[in-house]
Design a protein around this ligand. Structure first.
Ligand code: GAL
Length: 415
């Protein structure tokens, strides 16, 4: 390209504020601290460096993001927000409503997001001010991860119903095998319950009870049936390691110390980063009785207004991170699928291909639903309060279903 053309193209990008003086250093607050998440973060860091942007990562320990969101709120209140931050779901609009986000409309226009993003990605990342966040990953949560060696030792098939799941887990436990690797943290334990609600009542019931928080659906025989299964599960898994991180559970699954793990495909990212053969050694299957459901969460990035991070700098960084090739490489390592239609899944793991197919089918059948426990459906205060109540019921075997139902309704009605 001749000098004039280069100059004109620079002018056009400058006109929409997509090139800017090199950002000295950009702070990124996130909770991607496991081996697989770090493996994906390496791609993000290197991609920014290729564009002369120096990243100052600010990781906050705690899968699921509760702790990271607390730190983000504290920093924003202190007038010292990071340049950009990992965020999920309705929180995006909440942050936008206080006027602290750089909008992404220039980047959206330059990258034709109205045409390239899935409608779901468009909806989650827009407010009345247009695009206010940059979508990055689409995770499926209703996965059952299976240690094939241990399952074959039990001479059992992969369970497709919860009855079969309980049977093989009870058999495993009787033979001294940990039936289910799970971290004893509210969001992880609540995710088990979320899967049981879908299995017991189906996605429409799940949406009414857990997304809409409809009191009549919460105070129902169907939810009581899900709670009975959840109590049975709490009695079966007697984890003695409180506050275990999700990736510690994944390590147990990968090292033949546990038969199953239920959770999102960030688990795939960790397994692949550990060199585990997926799906041969550890297989990926729909959580029991959720075959055609796509229970999702989406990671997005918000860019925050401050004296040290101008709109031009935000546009410059976001423009770099909107690059489809970068997004392809990031999702490949993260275990998620892209948030947009224009990225081929070449080289992606077979489990990611299965997730993509499940997503397409879920959208077509209206069975792609947001995860309430993982920040995609209700405001974070109600979500964390409900997760804590579910966790309390799980750990204290004397607490009744009636008490939990009343507590969830009280939280729903006060938020
Ligand atoms: C989710 C997030 C994933 C992964 C997971 C475990 O909330 O969307 O990207 O970080 O937590 O930490």
């Amino acid at each position: 390209m001749n000098k004039l053309a280069i100059y004109l193209s620079t002018l056009s990008l400058t006109a929409v504020g997509l090139t800017a003086p090199r950002a000295a250093e950009v702070e990124f607050l996130h909770w991607w601290t496991s081996k697989g998440e770090q493996h994906a973060m390496d791609v993000l860091t290197q991609h920014l460096e290729k564009h002369d942007i120096q990243l100052a990562p600010k990781p906050v320990l705690g899968g699921g993001g509760d702790s990271a969101m607390t730190v983000l709120q504290a920093r924003a209140l202190a007038g010292n927000p990071p340049s950009f931050a990992q965020i999920e779901g309705p929180s995006i609009r909440a942050w936008d409503a206080i006027g602290i986000l750089h909008d992404m409309n220039s980047v959206a226009k330059a990258h034709q997001w109205d045409a390239t993003l899935y409608p779901l990605s468009q909806q989650i990342n827009q407010s009345a001010n247009g695009y206010v966040a940059l979508p990055l990953t689409l995770h499926r949560l209703n996965w059952l991860w299976v240690n094939h060696q241990l399952l074959s030792e039990l001479n059992q098939p992969v369970p497709t119903t919860w009855q079969a799941m309980f049977t093989v887990m009870e058999q495993a436990k009787a033979q001294g095998i940990n039936p289910l690797a799970v971290g004893e943290q509210p969001w992880q334990i609540a995710q088990l319950f979320e899967n049981l609600v879908i299995a017991t009542g189906g996605v429409d019931f799940y949406t009414r009870a857990m997304v809409d928080l409809d009191p009549g659906s919460i105070d129902s025989d169907t939810l009581r049936a899900a709670l009975a299964q959840f109590r049975r599960l709490s009695l079966l898994i007697d984890n003695t390691l409180p506050n275990t991180r999700w990736d510690t559970a994944t390590k147990a699954l990968a090292s033949n110390q546990a038969l199953f793990q239920l959770g999102g495909d960030w688990i795939l990212g960790d397994l692949v980063a550990k060199g585990v053969e997926v799906p041969n050694q550890i297989g990926c299957y729909p959580a029991p009785e959720s075959d055609d459901v796509f229970l999702y969460n989406m990671d997005s990035l918000i860019f925050m207004v401050s004296k040290s991070f101008t709109k031009d700098q935000a546009n410059h960084v976001a423009n770099v991170l909107a690059d489809p090739e970068f997004q392809a490489q990031f999702n490949l390592r993260k275990g998620s699928i892209p948030v947009r239609t224009d990225i081929a899944l070449t080289d992606f793991n077979p489990c990611q291909i299965k997730a993509y197919q499940a997503f397409k089918k879920g959208v077509a059948q209206n069975k792609a639903v947001p995860s309430m426990i993982d920040s995609m459906a209700v405001n974070p205060v109600a979500q964390q309060a409900i997760n804590s109540e579910i966790f309390r019921f799980y750990r204290n075997k004397s607490l009744t279903e009636e008490r939990l139902i009343k507590r969830i309704i009280a939280i729903a009605e006060s938020h």
